[in-house]
Design a binder for this molecule. Structure first.
Ligand code: FES
Ligand SMILES: [Fe+2]
Length: 379
């Protein structure tokens, strides 16, 4: 099993004896305790340590200590009432969808299918990354960031910043303003994909295609720029470095030869855990495995990305708390919401808040009201 969260709700994903995957809420049906504390492990069943109620891997209640009371002096004391039924007191079960080795779950059993949820455009990029090749986990990285979870969503959907904030990317030519890029969304703007192919311009005179002056032509990260056929990368001969984001909290990315997911886990309104899982494939050679490990370590707070996104989000949060009525400017590239063929734009953020308003109704986040109202042809 693997313990994780959906929003702020703790859930357990577990493989059943028949190979299927169940997801149940990590809250005991007795008195509401979060009974599972390990992050992962193997179990034949689950039990809650408080009063040892026992559940099957499907979440069905199987046993209740002293259910029939305690016999004392020829008399039975206590016990559950006669109308108590085990089948009415299981764990909350979630609807599960699996595709390409990735498991998604929802508390809503009437939710649309996973394929309908993503829509054909985003599904295409999802399938490119998770095409059924067997994955193995290389490792995890967890960051607790003092900021609202939506700030991380915005940050991931903001391809305007990487070459400017993470100067390392530009210095080594990994981020180039002349990369051919496309930003695509599903029709309700819930999800997005950002696809980049390396630019083909010649010499970088006065930062023409790096976009910044810190670029150094001679510096290369060998593990990424090596185009040998034994280590084909998405940067060499194309086509893509891709990132696809599922609303509200999942990001799957492939850059160079690293494959990772990033999970935004909110802790209240002012804090989030940012959880990376780095993957390899089961049939990787030892050399490829090492290469994926090196690349995985380039990213994240201990990587080479210069200032980390987590630092920025902390400062964002402080800024918004100081000036709550502040309105962000997300107008670069226009006010419209739709697919875009370049990346210096916050267009995906406009899409994200269009869907946020739809989902939240009158309780939408007020930060982008003006811009989005205008972009929708309103006031
Ligand atoms: S709270 Fe779980 S068994 Fe009592
Ligand atoms: Fe970033």
């Amino acid at each position: 099993f693997q313990r994780t969260v959906i929003g702020e709700r703790s859930v357990i994903m577990v493989r059943d004896v028949d190979g299927s995957v169940n997801v149940v809420e990590n809250v005991c049906a007795h008195r509401g305790m979060r009974f599972c504390r390990e992050r992962h492990g193997n179990r034949k069943d689950f039990f809650c340590p408080y009063h040892q109620w026992n559940y099957s891997l499907k979440g069905d209640l199987q046993g209740v200590p002293f259910r029939r009371g305690v016999k004392q002096d020829g008399k039975v004391n206590g016990g559950m009432p006669k109308d108590f039924k085990l089948e009415e007191h299981g764990l909350t079960k979630l609807k599960v969808a699996t595709r390409g080795g990735v498991v998604f779950a929802s508390f809503d059993h009437n939710v649309e299918s996973f394929e309908e949820f993503l829509g054909p455009t985003i599904l295409h990029y999802f399938d490119r990354l998770f095409n059924g090749r067997k994955l193995v986990v290389l490792g995890y990285r967890r960051q607790r960031i003092p900021g609202n979870w939506k700030l991380m969503q915005e940050n991931i959907k903001d391809p305007y910043h990487p070459g400017l904030l993470h100067t390392w990317f530009s210095t080594f030519g990994l981020w180039r303003a002349d990369n051919k890029s496309e930003l695509k969304m599903d029709e309700r703007f819930r999800h997005a994909a950002m696809i980049s192919t390396r630019g083909q311009s010649g010499k970088n005179e006065r930062g023409r295609w790096s976009g910044v002056n810190s670029f150094m032509d001679q510096m290369k990260v060998l593990t990424i720029h090596d185009c040998s056929t034994s280590f084909p990368t998405r940067w060499c001969g194309g086509p893509e470095c891709s990132d696809d984001y599922k609303f509200p909290e999942r990001d799957h990315s492939a850059a160079g030869q690293s494959v990772s997911t990033r999970h935004i886990q909110p802790n209240g309104h002012g804090s989030l855990d940012f959880v990376w899982t780095h993957f390899a494939f089961e049939d990787d050679t030892p050399e490829m495995l090492e290469r994926r490990l090196i690349q995985a370590n380039l990213f994240g707070p201990a990587g080479f990305v210069s200032a980390d996104d987590g630092e920025v989000i902390e400062l964002f949060q402080e800024g918004f708390e100081q000036k709550p009525a502040y309105r962000s400017v997300i107008e670069m590239g226009g006010h419209e919401i739709g697919d875009i063929e370049y990346k210096i734009t916050p267009g995906l953020i406009r899409g994200m808040y269009a869907y946020w308003r739809e989902a939240m109704g009158e309780y939408y986040c007020p930060r982008y009201v003006c811009l989005l109202a205008r972009s929708n042809g309103g006031i």
